[in-house]
Design a protein around this ligand. Structure first.
Ligand code: F6R
Length: 365
């Protein structure tokens, strides 16, 4: 049932404040402002010195963001692969490690094969899954559920932000367990996480800003998405969403890679979408924007208005985002990224819920 929405994807995008709120509440103690993992999610992060993540598509991008969180907040070394590479590369899983698999459906063939590989190598497997009865959930040692509810639209939206909520809670927990975060730092991070749903509601109220950008994007042949740090994986996600829904060619790049090739593509015809939250790499992102502008590129900035204003980029800011703790930026910036692909595809008359050639769950390689 799509309710009042014309597509499942729109409904699922708008459900995010609710389902992310529900997922956060499952992993934190609101009264004390601390992470409190459900009893069955028993992991001793102090007892491991390596984390290996494997997943596919959008879940893989959630994994890249998780890598940054686990490394920064818990100083835990993390490797990440797309599951189709992990399973055949057969990485040596030695030492005290944990393998982490992320999947909405819990049935993705390559992710399941990667899980079986890790278990055969003797590593415990943790799965972040949305379908509790799935094969990946059944075969994992520990299951950390996302409480997104059924996701019908082929393009993953609410499952992705719920994955991020669970992964950030786990990374904060690991940071405390490993003695990296102080109690006060934990409290600040948990407060930021708990505040995400209400910020999401504010972002969703700015949908008309995104629709305006989408009408412009619908005319493009190619689109470049740029981001740094936590926003790098979101740039990849934005490009994936745009191509799968609108069939416009899109590429996501780490903004620092611009000079190493993609800058050659820039002309008046190619929109460059820049994710520019105020974080510790903001100044670097600004200088990338100036490089694009100097070559006549069309900049579409998604960012915080104050920061952009100070950097002289107020005129380029197409979608104004709230100022939030840098750690939770991916949970909020995911929304305009999803809405942009949704509205671009809709304006172009594409089948948003059922894009050509795609299946919701990829159970064969
Ligand atoms: C993109 C998308 C896919 C899935 C991927 C993994 O919008 O939905 O890239 O994320 O097929 O699926 P799960 O999470 O079910 O393992």
């Amino acid at each position: 049932d799509k309710g009042n929405y014309s597509h499942f994807m729109a409904k699922e995008i708008h459900e995010q404040p609710e389902v992310v709120g529900r997922t956060v509440a499952h992993y934190v103690d609101l009264a004390t402002g601390t992470v409190r993992l459900p009893e069955e999610v028993a992991i001793d992060f102090a007892a491991i010195d390596r984390l290996a993540i494997a997943a596919c598509g959008t879940a893989y991008y959630a994994g890249i963001i998780a890598k940054y969180w686990f490394e920064q907040l818990a100083r835990l070394p993390v490797e990440i692969d797309v599951a189709s590479e992990f399973r055949y590369r057969e990485p040596p899983l030695t030492g005290r490690g944990l393998a982490l698999f992320i999947s909405q459906s819990g049935e993705t063939a390559d992710t399941l094969a990667s899980l079986r590989y890790a278990k055969a190598a003797g590593w415990p497997a943790l799965a972040v899954v949305n379908v509790a009865t799935s094969t990946i959930a059944r075969e994992s040692d520990v299951v950390a559920p996302t409480l997104a509810g059924p996701e019908i639209g082929v393009a993953s939206t609410k499952a992705f932000t719920c994955q991020l909520a669970v992964l950030l809670a786990l990374a904060i927990h690991a940071g405390r367990a490993r003695g990296v975060l102080s109690a006060q730092e934990e409290q600040e991070l948990v407060d930021a996480l708990v505040g995400v749903p209400s910020h999401m509601t504010k972002v969703l109220a700015r949908e008309t800003q995104v629709e305006q950008v989408a009408r412009d994007l619908a005319k493009a042949r190619d689109v470049l998405y740029l981001g740094r740090g936590l926003s790098y994986a979101l740039a990849l996600e934005g490009a994936l969403k745009l191509k799968e829904l609108s069939y416009i060619h899109a590429e996501g790049y780490a903004a620092g890679e611009l000079k190493h090739g993609p800058i050659a593509l820039i002309d008046e015809a190619m929109p460059v979408i820049v994710l520019a939250p105020r974080d510790k790499v903001f100044e670097k992102t600004v200088s990338n924007v100036q490089e694009v502008a100097a070559r006549g590129g069309r900049i579409i900035l998604i960012g915080d208005a104050h920061a952009a204003g100070e950097a002289g980029l107020a005129g380029e800011t197409a979608v104004v985002m709230p100022e939030v703790h840098p750690a939770v930026v991916p949970l909020l910036y995911a929304l305009p990224v999803q809405l942009l692909s949704y509205h671009t595809a809709r304006v172009m008359g594409k089948d948003v819920d059922q894009p050509r050639n795609l299946a919701k769950s990829v159970t064969v390689e």
